[in-house]
Design a protein. Structure first.
Length: 252
């Protein structure tokens, strides 16, 4: 019976900008058994290339931009949802303030709308307005290093209250990711598991942040780490120390 592991990237498979050898080795063992690896992240496709280039980790699928974009192992687009540009402009005008970095994503290119940039992606371009961008857009990213977690959570809630009929905003640690309404990591993984005819009991999900809750909810095989926020732990079935622990103790 084929199993599917969906893993978040930042804070989960990637820590301190690297993938540890034990996690990589466990992933290789998983895929040798013909089980599927899905990378599920808020990052765009241009933000996951380092997995292939530096670590030779080749996922079977990528659920990107918190579910707004799904691509296969070769980067071919399977499904994409978009945010209308007038909605993006309205949100940006409402939240634009000093010390807040705002960028938008097509899924393959990153566009920086303000000064300040903490995104470790290639293919970044600075623009003055949304009007300069010809591609369709699927995610707005907000980063404010001067705000604490409570302030970021409050801003996220404000965005959802004002624009919740069109988008959904997730807090990804200190970031806010805004995607089209109905998009989530959980929905993206559910779509892929249905396509691959994999039952819920053979789906495993692991992550470290609130944008991972939707994928925790689709299976009883949900994992996070001992060190995460206490409230987040309430949404999973198991606590582990690493991705390798999840794979070796519960999947293989």
């Amino acid at each position: 019976m084929i199993k599917l592991l969906a893993t978040d990237l930042d804070g989960t498979l990637i820590n301190n900008n690297e993938v540890i050898k034990r996690d990589k080795d466990a992933i290789i063992k998983l895929q040798r058994k013909k089980d599927l690896l899905v990378v599920s992240t808020g990052r765009p496709y241009n933000g996951v290339q380092m997995l292939k280039d530096e670590y030779k980790i080749f996922a079977n699928y990528y659920v990107l931009l918190n579910g707004a974009l799904i691509v296969d192992a070769l980067g071919t687009k399977i499904r994409q949802e978009i945010i209308e540009k007038n909605v993006i402009n309205s949100i940006i005008n409402e939240i634009r303030e000093e010390n807040v970095a705002i960028s938008v994503e097509s899924g393959f290119n990153t566009y920086l709308l303000t000064d300040g940039d903490n995104l470790p992606y290639p293919k970044k371009k600075r623009v003055k307005s949304i009007d300069e961008i010809k591609e369709k857009l699927s995610l707005i990213s907000i980063y404010s290093p001067t705000k604490d977690i409570l302030e970021i959570e409050e801003l996220k809630n404000k965005i959802n209250k004002n624009y919740g009929d069109k988008i959904i905003a997730y807090r990804n640690d200190i970031y806010i990711d805004i995607v089209p309404l109905g998009c989530s990591k959980g929905n993206g993984i559910k779509y892929l598991s249905n396509q691959e005819l994999i039952k819920d009991e053979d789906v495993y999900t692991i992550g470290d942040s609130w944008n991972d809750v939707s994928m925790f909810n689709i299976t009883k095989n949900s994992f996070t780490f001992h060190h995460v926020e206490k409230e987040l732990k309430e949404h999973v079935s198991y606590l582990v120390d690493s991705v390798a622990d999840c794979i070796e103790k519960y999947i293989l």
